[in-house]
Write a new protein. Structure first.
Lengths: 113, 113
């Protein structure tokens, strides 16, 4: 079965430090991978996606993600965290041949001043 | 203009009642979805429609009945509400295809008392 895992429930980082939110995937065929962010009492906002091509994908708000096929990972990164980046982050992948986006369990990012 | 809009944003109702949540998208997308986010923030797909046709039904109880009058609308009707139905329900839309991101509504927080 296709799945996406986020091994960390929460990530804490100091403002100005680099951040990484981890994601690993298990999909058959080509992986189509996404990152979304959810702020409190809001819907999910699309950050970036990997379809094919460059392994380093750049997205919104200064975020980027690195696709690593050998490690089946798609970690979200940002060189310098902001307090306003504090939110819930979801990794996701399309499953099989359907328009069915499956999500990881989410990682809460807390950026401290 | 809001891309994916849901109404109502909050819904408090008693067990056994029937309620509906409406969703509309103005993005011209072919595919629409309903997702359920539980109290632990886990996101699970419930239904997916493509051009008004049901393509995914993720073993949701038949008390939940989606209706798509046209490809811009996907409503969710819930009969005989139970305490366990309390959750946040998100509508989303996307173009058909695995390389396209989904856009989410702001969510409907359903509380069954």
């Amino acid at each position: 079965a296709q799945s996406v895992a986020q091994p960390e429930d929460q990530v804490n980082v100091a403002e100005g430090n680099p951040l990484t939110v981890k994601c690993t995937y298990s999909v058959s065929g080509n992986p189509y991978l996404f990152w979304y962010v959810q702020y409190p009492n809001r819907g999910l906002q699309f950050l970036l996606k990997y379809i094919t091509g460059d392994n380093l994908v750049k997205g919104s708000y200064g975020f980027e993600a690195e696709f690593n096929k050998s490690q089946t990972s798609f970690h979200l990164k940002k060189p310098s965290a902001l307090v306003s980046d504090s939110a819930l982050y979801f990794c996701a992948s399309f499953s099989g041949g359907y328009n069915k986006l499956i999500f990881g369990a989410g990682t809460r990012l807390a950026v401290h001043p | 203009d809001t891309a994916v809009s849901q109404t109502p944003k909050y819904l408090v109702t008693q067990m056994g009642n029937d309620k509906s949540i409406k969703c509309e998208q103005n993005l011209g997308h072919d595919t629409m979805y309903w997702y359920k986010q539980d109290s632990k923030k886990f996101l699970k797909i419930m239904f997916s429609y493509n051009n008004k046709e049901l393509i995914i039904n993720e073993t949701v109880p038949n008390r939940f009945s989606p209706k798509s009058p046209d490809k811009a609308h996907l409503n969710l009707h819930i009969n005989s509400l139970e305490l366990g139905d309390s959750a946040v329900y998100f509508c989303a839309s996307s173009q058909r295809g695995q390389n396209t991101e989904a856009f989410f509504g702001q969510g409907t927080r359903l509380t069954v008392v």
